[in-house]
Design a protein. Structure first.
Length: 147
């Protein structure tokens, strides 16, 4: 176990740039992927993608950092899509913070925050929503409480 994991009590798996992973990855902790991934990721912690993914994800949180992602996402917490990232797939989460591009439907129980550089092409169902000036949305919005 890495020293920082021993000190904090957390597990983190890291895939370095140039790594290609195909299959199903299950982990009790966080995972950060700077290489390419295809298949399925099931993580009890946060998933951070920094490159290319064609994968379905079930995790606590998802963070896309300069990533081109294709696949459906189910997270208990937040989905964060930075300015350089794209997500093509449906999203189910507690919250979505988007500065990049999402092409798919969003089913979000708490709130959606679209920053000034955000583009969403798809329908959104959420309890609360903020849209910054400059953000683009092409789809329908339904505001209600989601069980």
């Amino acid at each position: 176990m890495p020293a920082d994991a021993a000190m904090t009590g957390t597990n983190k798996t890291f895939f370095a740039p140039g790594t290609v992973f195909e299959g199903t990855l299950k982990t009790p902790g966080d995972v950060e992927i700077a290489g390419e991934v295809r298949g399925e990721i099931v993580a009890e912690g946060k998933v951070s993608l920094r490159k290319v993914g064609d994968v379905s994800i079930a995790s606590r949180d998802l963070e896309l950092l300069g990533a081109a992602f294709k696949g459906d996402v189910t997270v208990e917490g937040a989905v964060i899509v930075d300015r350089e990232s794209t997500l093509q797939g449906n999203v189910r989460a507690s919250s979505v913070l988007c500065e990049g591009e999402i092409r798919g439907n969003l089913n979000v129980s708490e709130y959606v925050d679209l920053g000034e550089n955000a583009t969403v092409v798809g329908d959104i169902r959420t309890a609360s929503m903020d849209i910054a000036r400059g953000a683009r949305l092409n789809g329908q919005v339904r505001m209600d409480n989601i069980p």
